[in-house]
Design a protein around this ligand. Sequence first.
Ligand SMILES: [Zn+2]
Ligand SMILES: [Zn+2]
Length: 321
Amino acid sequence: MKALYYDGKQAVYREDMPIPEYDEGHSLIKIMIADICNTDREILKGYRPDFRGIMGHEFVGWVVKSHDPSLVGKTVVGELNEGCGTCIYCRSGREKHCLLRKVIGMSVDGCFAEYMTLADHLIHVIPDGLPPEQAVFTEPLAAAIEITKQVHIDPSLNAAVIGDGRLAYMIAQVLSLSGVSLTVIGKHPDKLKLFEPFADTALYDDYLNGGGYRDLKADECFEYVVEASGNESGIHLALNIVRKMGTIILKSTYAGTTGLNLSMIPVNEITIIGSRCGPFEPALKLLSEGRVSFPKVELYDLMDFEKAFSSDAFKAGFRFE
Ligand SMILES: [Zn+2]
Ligand SMILES: [Zn+2]
């Protein structure tokens, strides 16, 4: 079968990969659409140095074969972390933190291929009428919804999202549904335009003054600040715009170290929360009810992966016939 394989240095298009065997408790899925995530781009920069295998974790496909007959023929999406099933994390609802977990497209074969196998309990059947082009947003949207699982957002207060990329867009859409007064802070006026229908927007530079951050009045600060910029400057800005006793949610997996002044956290009694993958069912519900929507995915043939990876579309991906 055709697949995009990471060989430890780069992505390689291959047509000689075998169709995978599906073990007990797993299904064989024929991939229809697979989207490129920033994590996939990070892998090409060396984020997973030990990984060798088929890339990709955001997909829509249909179940060709399964030990669970109720899944066969269904159009599905799937979660990416498969835990060992027996450790304390797996037994206490924290499978995504299992130390022995397999992560599709990062430690085991993923979805940039004609076929993939996945554990049945990670598979979610998509609601009737939801087009695959929208359903493919389930995984990143679930990650945005995770915030509302972790933090009670009081809609009479205000929130800021730092960042104007895809992740920020998902988060801002989800937060705007709560009715909270929402401001998106970014560095790119053209990208910020996308947010205008449902949020106020501001430029990062508006918060600067000379070499540092401008002093803000309490009214200008935010109760909830979600950092989704992927840059070190985002976390610095977050600490400068969060209200006393406010909450910062760290969403971007910034790989470097930061020289933060941590004294502000106890002095101002700031809560900092890390946030990663989230629940699929509410994401599918929001998508199928049309309560969130995303710009069209730019779809490529797998062999044109270089074009797809360098696309500056809102989201690029692969189409399989
Ligand atoms: Zn992703
Ligand atoms: Zn486990």
